[in-house]
Design a protein around this ligand. Sequence first.
Ligand SMILES: NC(=O)c1ccc[n+]([C@@H]2O[C@H](COP(=O)([O-])OP(=O)(O)OC[C@H]3O[C@@H](n4cnc5c(N)ncnc54)[C@H](OP(=O)(O)O)[C@@H]3O)[C@@H](O)[C@H]2O)c1
Length: 293
Amino acid sequence: MHVFVTGGTGTIGSAVVAELLANGHTVLALARSEDSARALKDAGAEPLRGEIADLDVLRAGAARADGVISLAFGRDYSSPDALAQAIAQESAALTALGEQLTGTGRPIVTVSGTPWVPGRPSTEADPLPTDGPVGGRGRSVNALLELASRGLRSSAVRMPRTVHNQGKGGFAGLLADQARRTGIAGYPGDGTQSWPAVHALDAAVLFRLALESAPAGTCWHAVADEGDAVRDIAAVIGRRLGLPVESVPQENFGPFGPILAMDQPASSARTRDALGWQPTHPSLLEDLENIQP
Ligand SMILES: NC(=O)c1ccc[n+]([C@@H]2O[C@H](COP(=O)([O-])OP(=O)(O)OC[C@H]3O[C@@H](n4cnc5c(N)ncnc54)[C@H](OP(=O)(O)O)[C@@H]3O)[C@@H](O)[C@H]2O)c1
């Protein structure tokens, strides 16, 4: 397939581009800067210059492709306003891509987060949260999945809290960044809450499998580790950086604080069974050993 990818230079996106190219697909990828265009070209993709706010560029990219993988999302989580703006941009982008492909039967794979369910690991059958600080992302993904009834093979790959590669990325990456800034490997609450995780290279395989074969309107869980206690994650970060490991107030983590404080394990049993996905790369706790002081 000729695949239009947004976010193809990110932690997950760069792995997705490599996975697609290694499996006989070709890639057209959105690039918002000269540096990103060069990185994509070096990876073997054709860059298409533009931002996710350039809806005409997105429509043109989708029109040239047999399928789309949408991963771009702003990196500024420093304030509720910045997060809300990134969510609004993603929502407009998914609407434009979905409208462009409606009626074609072509696949579009988008990304969301695994939901949380009190007292048990969430499954692919649980609905996405549509309120709270990132509820807008759930609403845009649900709207895209509803277009399945109008001739769009839309699917969503749900990410666990940490998608990592070489010890970097996701919520564990936020903890490590905060540890470097503050001199404390901090975690919110008592640290017994658990977060699921996946290696980016394993997640990339699932995006390819969903693009190739997921039925319209379906959700999948890219979960390799069902849940690591957050204090165990902080303990590896503290040891690698030579910093004390302590509970700190959840407000120290900005708009994500309430989410970081929650227990939110997730299962991928159905994904493994139905799509034949099998993670093979290091677990989060193993990969965090790559963090350098
Ligand atoms: N990593 C995780 O643990 C995790 C967990 C759950 C969900 N997700 C979601 O999965 C997706 C990919 O995650 P990631 O970790 O790979 O993200 P990432 O490393 O932060 O990369 C973000 C990507 O989006 C692009 N981008 C950001 N703003 C853009 C804009 N305004 N216009 C065009 N491109 C833009 C970036 O391009 P540049 O390189 O040019 O900046 C980059 O390619 C995101 O939607 C993320 O929210 C990630």
